[in-house]
Write a protein that binds this ligand. Structure first.
Ligand SMILES: [Zn+2]
Length: 412
């Protein structure tokens, strides 16, 4: 064995364990591994978990917050306009530089897989995707980056975007994006979904759409996405982010849609950072939280995951690209505060996200990739409570990052 992690606590296992790593894989998980290894790390009784998976993040526009002009009208419309101003003059180098800062933050926070959305539209053309493909290339030996071919300005309402998306697939994008609810009519939203499936099937790629990202109960693209997934036999290959409108439907309609989502095997990502600030804007008190029906979907057995979405951009001024912070936001916004609920949220940023992205060999079992975080507390509850980054981040058997925290009271 090349590396042994001693004295680790694991989710859903009592006591302390040793994890043996051979090459880039987990080789053994035992109470005490008798063998020696080239290197050892003492986890000191802290929780060890698979590295986090961030299944939805926009890195073409990240960190524009540092260079953009102020939003003078305090409006979402101006968020869009500021983004357009920058998008017209993006360069590949500029995108790679801004996005690399977010990737570095993500690594230090224990994430080694990023599904990165790149705008493809009539404003920036294919430049954002070019930038994200260059980012993927720059980081390819360090982390996994998936590039999503994402029609941020619509497909039906943004002429030429279907052709641009097809060019994006030829350039090497990994996933077909979508934004059906942004189209002007329900019929256009359905056509948008149909066009995305046409590309996905032609290039044999998975689909990840941002769906019904609104409090408007008349936004109803999720049900069509689920039905289309069933009709095209794409079960397990489709993810939908946001789905805020599902929370605004009446119970009867919501249950119909959730049953379809379950049957179609569509994974749902809730991204509470952005939902908390982007939704509920037309509400007088009480103001809604803008997140989808997380608990209902969870109880139904839908594959739920949770992602960062925005990092320091015109839409959202914060974001550390930190899946522990994302998990803590889910616990707060979705009332997931009891032990079994917190455990479920652990899966939202690890196993469920890996399932949505169809990552193979993910977990802490012999044969899995040795992609592990040695966390900074013995239990997931205290990881969430204390919000400290992992002590050690390991990818493919090699130490990728270490965080050292020095805190002491020097006089009393
Ligand atoms: Zn997004």
């Amino acid at each position: 064995m090349d590396l042994i992690i001693r004295n680790a606590r694991l989710m859903a296992k009592d006591g302390q364990w040793d994890i043996g790593i051979a090459g880039d894989r987990v080789a053994a998980v035992e109470r005490q591994i008798a063998a020696d290894a080239g290197a050892q790390i003492d986890a000191q009784g802290n929780l060890v978990a698979p590295t986090y998976v961030n299944g939805h993040v926009h890195l073409d526009k990240c960190n524009l917050g540092d260079v953009m002009r102020p939003n003078k009208t305090n409006s979402f419309q101006e968020c869009l306009e500021i983004t357009w101003e920058h998008k017209r003059s993006y360069t590949v180098d500029d995108i790679v530089a801004r996005a690399s800062r977010a990737i570095e933050e993500g690594i230090l926070n224990g994430t080694t897989v990023f599904r990165v959305f790149a705008d493809v539209d009539s404003i920036g053309g294919l430049k954002p995707l070019e930038g994200i493909l260059a980012l993927r290339d720059k980081w390819k030996s360090t982390v996994r980056i998936e590039a999503v071919d994402f029609p941020q300005e619509g497909i039906v309402r943004d002429k030429g975007t279907f052709e641009r998306m097809e060019e994006g697939m030829r350039m090497g994008a990994d996933v077909i994006g979508g934004l059906p609810w942004h189209e002007w009519t329900d019929q256009d939203a359905q056509e948008h979904i149909d066009l995305c499936f046409t590309l996905a099937k032609k290039y044999d790629k998975d689909i990840h759409m941002l769906v019904d990202d609104t409090d408007n109960p008349n936004s109803r693209s999720l049900e069509y996405l689920a039905i289309k997934t069933l009709r095209e036999s794409y079960r397990g290959r489709v993810a939908a982010s946001h789905c805020g409108a599902l929370a605004a439907y009446d119970m009867v309609h919501a249950h119909k849609v959730m049953a379809l989502v379950k049957e179609a095997g569509v994974s749902i990502s809730t991204n509470p950072h952005i939902s908390l600030v982007a939704q509920g804007r037309y509400d007088k008190e009480p103001i809604r939280r803008g997140v989808t029906r997380v608990k209902d979907l969870w109880r139904l057995g839908v594959n739920l995951f949770s992602s960062q979405d925005d990092v320091n951009d015109p839409y959202y001024p914060f974001g550390r690209n930190d899946q522990q912070e994302v998990a803590a936001y889910v616990c707060h916004t979705c009332h997931m505060t009891y032990p079994n609920e917190m455990s479920a949220v652990f899966d939202f940023v690890t196993h469920n996200a890996a399932k949505a992205l169809r990552l193979g060999d993910y977990g802490i079992e012999p044969g899995c990739w040795a992609d592990l975080n040695i966390l900074s507390a013995p239990t997931w509850h205290h990881v969430l409570r204390l919000q400290q980054p992992p002590n050690v981040v390991i990818r493919h058997g090699k130490v990728l990052a270490r965080n050292a925290l020095s805190r002491q009271i020097v006089s009393g």
